[in-house]
Design a protein around this ligand. Sequence first.
Ligand code: FES
Length: 170
Amino acid sequence: MEEKNKHTNPKPGTSRRGFLKKLWGVLGIAAGIELTWITFSFLSPGKRKYNKASTTNLIVAGKVADFKLNSVFPFRNGKFYLIRRGDGGFLAVSLKCTHLGCSVLWNEEKQEFICPCHASSFDKNGVVMNPPAPRPLDIYPVIVEEGIVKVDTGNPQRRKSFDENQIVYA
Ligand code: FES
């Protein structure tokens, strides 16, 4: 009988109550660390999300003459596609799918952007042809100065539809 109790009665430090006490202690410390981190992140000036949209990040895409008419040029590092239309206009669309953010791929044969994740597709202006993507691809401002095309990737713009006013001419 005494032998049996030896196995069922743990040492005082390892009792269930002791374990729960330690667990609460550890959770309390973790919560404290998280609270400190959240407070620090909130007070840190450079990290606020609402500052992000107002920054300028100009990427020099190249000379106007370098972009063939009726073509789509990927800029993977800038995370956009630069579209040169048949009429010479430029449109820069984000490569981020508006469904869940996968990178869309340009399909030259079909002349559309296709998302590899859930098969959304977008036409050459970035407009949804096939859901589940809920809206067109975001666009970036295009600036043409002295024959040089630049794209401001710091200012992505949401849109509900395509409008000719989104096209920039040299
Ligand atoms: Fe593109 Fe879902 S992330 S269709």
